[in-house]
Design a protein around this ligand. Structure first.
Ligand code: F0G
Length: 445
């Protein structure tokens, strides 16, 4: 599939040590740092590369139907044709005027990653991670997860016929995600601890037991997640927005976005870098805290937020996310749970819908515009990372909350099975609605 045929290597983000692309270790053997992939430049660049990628867009058969593998030359040039793919990606860029108005923006598009096969952006990284795992011939794959990574791992492992182990924090995973873990057949371990404890355990299992780790510390996952940005740029005709806003937890996406933008400019796909705004939940905001101090030191917190997907206190991809923010002249901010839930209610009521963590990007847009960090006329893309059905309990809780009643609550109304009750609810009682009854189908001859 590759248009380049040239090699890629893994290198340590901390000490620069190089490993072969097919080395299965999860960490640098010299210093324990995280590994990253370095590709040789693709065979073409600039307009020629854009033309190749655009010619593949909309393909109806073969690997290029995937919004990840369309970019294979920039993601995993050595892949060949044996991809483990649904296909995934090709998610829409939505214009929802009510959301734009709520955020106070002139132009805000929603990149809806919740429309991936398992309902989150994780599928983009997982198709690459599991494809690579299969070519390595691993015996089992594993991840720690707040739910979405596990759901995606479980589904792609099922597709590849490889056993999957999901290590998740007990009582802190949204119902839709637990449902997927069990249904897709992952061995699901409910850990009495938080996500950070789960990730430490997953690292240990990969080192000691030889299971292949597919958290976003895995560099092949990040290569796939780059395509959220690449596809967005392509959908915009390679004219970058001014800002890309992304919910931030373990910081895999923030890091992947930075790498995607860096490479896109280096290879002439774009000439100007959009700025990244990474948005955390206030109850899980160690990265925002570091940013506020000019990244002088790394923080670790005990995480508590309604946005369970990003309830992470010690983000693994911290260093590479710092690089991404610095390189794009980006910002990091935190929004409260109330702001997240209000943004979510607005996104939901627009018909787009998303899970709580996803709405952090939209809440962040509103906050940063109000603060004057983002200009009112700037063009924004906010990434919605997960599907509305991931966390049904959060939706029900919000809409049924009595005191104080949330601004956008839409409470269900219990009635007896009579038309009079509907008339009462619609405020039609006593208006003599007989003519409309006469027109009802059940009464027509
Ligand atoms: N949004 C959603 C819906 C997520 O599931 C996650 C991460 C994020 C945002 C944050 O992305 O970690 O790359 O900064 N979920 C991981 C999981 C942790 O296990 O599913 P990040």
């Amino acid at each position: 599939m590759s248009a380049t045929g040239r090699g890629s290597v893994q290198h340590c983000d901390s000490c620069g040590h190089e490993l072969a692309e097919t080395d299965p270790r999860s960490q640098c053997p010299e210093c324990g740092g995280l590994l990253a992939i370095r590709h040789a430049p693709p065979g073409s660049s600039g307009a020629a590369l854009r033309a190749i990628l655009d010619a593949r867009y909309g393909n109806r058969r073969g690997p290029y139907t995937s919004g990840v593998w369309r970019f294979a030359d920039l993601v995993l040039p050595s892949v060949g044709d044996r991809v483990v793919s649904y296909p995934e990606g090709n998610t829409p860029l939505l214009d929802r005027p009510t959301v734009t108005a709520w955020a106070g923006a002139a132009s805000l598009l929603l990149k809806h990653e919740g429309q991936n096969p398992t309902g989150s952006f994780k599928d983009r990284g997982m198709t690459v991670g599991v494809t690579h795992a299969r070519r390595l011939g691993v015996t089992a794959v594993a991840c720690a997860s707040t739910g979405n990574t596990g759901a995606s791992l479980a589904a792609y492992a099922a597709l590849a016929g490889v056993p999957a182990l999901a290590i998740v924090p007990k009582g802190k995973v949204a119902r839709g995600k637990v449902t997927q873990l069990l249904a897709y057949g992952a061995r699901t371990l409910m850990v009495r601890g938080d996500f950070d404890a789960c990730l430490e355990l997953a690292w240990e299992a990969s080192r000691e037991l030889g299971v292949y780790l597919l958290n976003s510390v895995n560099p092949f996952r990040l290569e796939g997640q780059k395509t959220i940005v690449l596809e967005t740029l392509q959908q915009l005709g390679w004219e970058p927005p001014d800002w890309i806003l992304v919910p931030a937890g373990n910081l895999g996406n923030t890091a992947a976005f930075g790498k995607a933008l860096h490479e896109a400019r280096e290879w002439g796909l774009i000439e100007r870098l959009p700025r990244i705004a990474a948005v955390q939940a206030a109850g899980a905001a160690p990265f925002a805290k570091s940013f506020a101090e000019g990244f002088k030191r790394r923080h670790r917190v005990e995480a508590h937020t309604v946005a369970t997907a990003i309830s992470i206190g010690n983000p693994a991809s911290y260093d590479r996310a710092v690089t991404a923010i610095r390189e794009t002249n980006g910002v990091v901010t935190a929004v409260s749970d109330d702001e997240i839930l209000e943004a979510k209610a607005v996104v939901d009521a627009s018909g787009a819908g998303c899970e709580p963590a996803s709405a952090a990007s939209v809440a962040g847009a509103r906050q940063l515009i109000a603060q004057g960090v983002i200009g009112k006329r700037e063009r924004l893309v906010a990434v919605l990372t997960g599907n509305i059905l991931k966390d049904p309990d959060a939706v029900i809780r919000y809409h049924e909350e009595a005191e104080p009643r949330p601004a956008h609550a839409n409470r269900p109304i219990e009635i007896d099975p009579t038309l009079a009750e509907i008339e009462r609810v619609l405020g039609l009682s006593g208006r003599g609605s007989a003519p409309s009854r006469a027109r009802s189908p059940s009464r027509s001859p």
